[in-house]
Design a protein around this ligand. Structure first.
Ligand SMILES: C[S@@+](CC[C@H](N)C(=O)[O-])C[C@H]1O[C@@H](n2cnc3c(N)ncnc32)[C@H](O)[C@@H]1O
Length: 262
């Protein structure tokens, strides 16, 4: 999807108030949109350009835009933890995701990473995702349909990836699940030589267990683990400083290349 032009009925938009607080809302023709205690008619927004200033019934003003992926992710309807935008930003680069590649992903959760991968793969790429829980899979399907659009190159399989992973000659495997070491052998079998395995994990014990399993397996090289630290800055007149609060920890990314043999 590459939406541009005036805002349309059915689209999701982000309203930004004077204090830069964000509100994700859907434009439904004929309906009212509630923001905090105020209301405004969706019909007053439909047909306007992004970047327009609109006013609620309480005379509060809001700028309205289509959301970026980074604005969308924290607001996605979800039950599982989603990957933070800063980590979703790193994954396509460190997994070297390109249009046309064949990629396997698990777990899917709310589908935030799925949307990012589909965007990076483009229509010529192929994404196969595995998710254990039916309710999460259903929510991910809804999120992908609403926030990415029709994805004919995406297959969502319900099941335990450690048992069900059946692909071969894939270019990349991206794992966002608690026990990726259970998928080390299957990942090796599914990847083509030179393919990349990337795992996202919140704790260092998990990272150690994964890296030990990758090294003991013997079929991978160039194993690297890193984290990214991200801090907003406050910049206003002469006051320029880091913001007082930051998300100090999210997760570690581990990457490895599949060897030709073992
Ligand atoms: C942290 S969430 C994934 C978040 C997701 N990447 C996103 O961007 O929103 C972890 C997901 O992995 C799923 N999961 C855990 N173990 C799994 C397995 N062995 N096979 C398939 N899915 C699994 C869980 O049900 C959960 O939905």
């Amino acid at each position: 999807m590459n939406p541009s032009g005036p805002l349309r009925d059915g689209e999701t938009v982000i309203f930004i108030d004077r204090k830069e607080r964000e509100y994700l809302r859907r434009l439904a023709g004929g309906k009212e949109i509630k923001i905090r205690d105020g209301k405004l008619a969706a019909d007053e927004v439909i047909g306007r350009d992004e970047g327009t200033l609109v006013r609620s019934s309480l005379s509060d003003t809001f700028l309205v835009f289509r959301p970026t992926l980074a604005q969308l992710i924290p607001n996605l309807p979800r039950q599982a933890q989603v990957i933070y935008p800063k980590d979703i930003g790193s994954i396509p680069v460190w997994a070297d995701i390109q249009p046309g590649l064949a990629v396997v992903e698990s777990g899917v959760g709310a589908g935030a990473l799925t949307v990012a991968l589909l965007r990076a793969l483009g229509p010529s790429g192929r994404l196969v995702s595995y998710e254990l829980r039916e309710d999460f899979a259903r929510m991910a399907k809804e999120n992908v349909a609403r926030y990415y659009g029709a994805a004919e190159n995406w297959t969502l399989n319900l099941g335990n990836v450690a048992e069900a992973l059946a692909e071969s000659e894939v270019d990349r495997i991206i794992l966002d699940l608690p026990e990726p070491w259970q998928v080390t052998e299957k990942s090796w079998a599914a990847l083509r030589p030179g393919g990349i395995l990337l795992s996202y994990l919140p704790t260092v014990i998990q990272v150690k267990t994964l890296v030990d399993s990758i090294r003991a397996h013997g079929g991978f090289a160039a194993v690297e683990t890193f984290e990214t630290l991200f801090r907003y800055w406050h910049i206003k007149e002469m006051s320029m400083r880091p913001q007082h609060r930051m998300v100090a920890h999210t997760g570690f990314i581990t990457v490895a290349r599949r060897l030709a043999g073992r």
